[in-house]
Design a protein around this ligand. Structure first.
Ligand code: GLC
Length: 535
């Protein structure tokens, strides 16, 4: 196969998401770090991924796991140094792996110099104009300036001692920036340059649809998000980001929670973002009609703007895949609202997650793998007194929060803390039995999730019919997804996923490349199983 065009690697890439805090602990203090990632680069190369997306690794008080950035030009000392990040970027690149950094334009940490200066400078000052400061309502300004709901439940306004209020769509430690201010725009363009100059190949844009607000900050009716979500002014912002990215052949990836696929696709026009996470697919139930509808809609809406689709099963914000697919309700964005004690069938979930892996890796475009997904890690129950995620606290303790998908990885079954590297209790506890998922154990087992991911990524990388390109549905029995991935008949890839109860016959093929589980005695594909075939 011809080497992928270096300019368009992102159209077909398999991108591995690294949550540094929980990936590998190089210095043994209980928190993952850049030294840990550098030591595990050979593992990532062997896994066969094309790029790494790092959740924010910058200086941060960690009020929201690093999504509260105090200084974008410094690495948090718990993770390492800027020099080390530069080394990591170039070492990965030598192994053929590109780096994507995470930029959080909607807000900064309340410890950021801008916000500290704004607090100190007082009402009416130019420093306050970088944020959304307003007087309160009510006779004595004791009521918040508007009624916007928080993305994390609870209030979106906090009052400071001089009486003014400031807006924060997330926690009070994450004040929202005022994107109508030219200095805010300039600073972010400088930041993009800063990281592209250090070798980043791409930027993931956090909460990309929330950044610009209606300048009047009006009250919003119950289900009306128009004053703060998906505002038309955003396109102008991302067009100027694109101009900066183009200077470096850099790639912009939006975290866009925009449910209307038509509105979503507008961000992917040729002079805006390159790609965005496709959350529709992740929010669908394990159901053939649902998944097919999502695939068709996704491809139909990407086509006119010429952008590749992306496929995501899981990330650091949502329930881990094997757990989600093992639950009765695996549907809708509501699964993100986690509940304590939800009954889960992990065997079922794991079977489905294996099939879903082959499905997502065969679909047209780029695909994301969240660390630990390749190990089939389940969502963990975190003891109440160890939960750190602000989502839990802001829900009044009803939502377990997102820590259950952020538990330190198990690397070696026989080492302390399953080989995470910690010499002391890790920042989040690993549940009982975690060592059974250890990478070293799975590497030795041809039937493990890790072996499945390695084999699939290897075939995807070296064989025809994967990544960017057309998809054609094949006739199939109800409940079965079956498609081919090439224009011509020669060498085509066929992917079949059986979501029906009865075993399914395989379409005509010359060889079976890989299956997510064994075929039955008659060579049929059992329920909740996927196969890759050569046509
Ligand atoms: C995004 C991140 C999430 C974070 C939030 C606020 O949704 O993925 O982890 O809490 O933005 O920055």
């Amino acid at each position: 196969m011809a080497a992928p065009n270096p300019d368009t690697w992102w159209r077909s890439a398999a991108i591995y998401q690294v949550y540094v805090r929980s990936f590998a602990d190089g210095d043994g203090n209980g928190t993952g770090d850049l030294a840990g990632v550098r030591a595990r680069l050979p593992y990532l190369a062997e896994l066969g991924v094309d790029a790494l997306w790092f959740n924010p690794w910058y200086l941060s008080p960690m009020a929201d796991g690093g999504y509260d950035v105090a200084d974008y030009r410094a690495i948090d000392p718990a993770f390492g140094t800027l020099a080390e990040a530069e080394k990591l970027i170039s070492e990965a690149r030598e192994l053929g792996i590109r780096t994507i950094v995470d930029i959080v334009p909607n807000h900064v940490s309340d410890q950021h110099v801008w916000f500290r200066a704004a607090l100190a400078a007082g009402p009416g000052s130019p420093e306050r104009e970088l944020f959304h400061f307003r007087p309160g309502r009510g006779e004595n300004g004791e009521l918040p300036p508007n009624n916007w709901p928080s993305q994390f439940s609870g209030n979106t306004w906090t009052r400071v001692p001089d009486g003014e209020w400031y807006l924060h769509l997330f926690t009070p430690e994450q004040p929202d920036l005022n994107w109508a201010h030219p200095a805010v725009r300039q600073e972010h363009e400088d930041l993009l340059r800063f990281w592209f100059e250090r070798g980043a190949a791409g930027v993931r844009i956090d909460s990309a649809a929330l950044v610009v607000k209606d300048p009047d900050l009006p009250d919003a009716a119950d289900d009306d998000t128009t004053p703060y979500v998906d505002r038309d002014e955003l396109h102008d912002v991302y067009r100027s980001w694109r101009a900066v990215a183009d200077e470096f052949d850099g790639v912009l990836i939006g975290e866009l929670w925009v449910p209307d696929p038509d509105r979503f696709a507008r961000y992917l026009r040729p002079d805006e973002l390159h790609t965005a996470f496709n959350f529709d697919f992740l929010a669908r139930s394990w159901d053939a009609a649902e998944l097919r509808a999502s695939i068709d809609t996704t491809l139909a809406y990407h086509a006119p703007v010429g952008a590749p689709a992306t496929w995501v099963l899981c990330n650091h914000d949502v329930t881990r895949t094997v757990t989600r697919y093992g639950r009765a309700d695996d549907t809708g964005f509501d699964f993100a609202k986690k509940r304590f004690g939800t009954p889960t069938d992990l065997d079922l979930g794991t079977r489905r997650a294996r099939a879903a892996a082959l499905l997502s890796l065969a679909l047209p475009g780029a695909v994301y793998v969240y660390q630990g997904e390749e190990l089939g890690l389940p969502e963990a129950d975190i003891p109440l007194d160890r939960i750190e995620d602000p989502m839990h606290f802001r829900s009044g303790g009803t939502d377990p929060g997102r820590d259950g998908c952020r538990v330190p990885l198990p690397w070696s079954a026989d080492a302390p803390y399953a080989g995470f590297g910690a010499q002391t209790e890790p920042w989040l506890p690993q549940p009982e039995g975690w060592a059974a998922y250890a990478a070293d154990r799975q590497a030795a087992d041809p039937d493990s999730m890790l072996s499945l991911y390695r084999a699939a990524l290897e075939i995807r990388r070296s064989g025809p019919g994967f990544g960017d390109g057309p998809l054609t549905w094949l006739p199939s029995e109800p409940g079965v997804l079956s498609f081919t991935r090439t224009d011509g008949p020669a060498d085509g890839l066929i992917c079949v996923v059986n979501l029906a109860e009865a075993p399914a016959g395989l379409p005509g093929h010359t060889s079976v490349l890989l299956t997510s589980g064994p075929l039955d005695d008659e060579g049929r594909l059992p329920r909740d199983t996927a196969a890759w075939l050569r046509a």
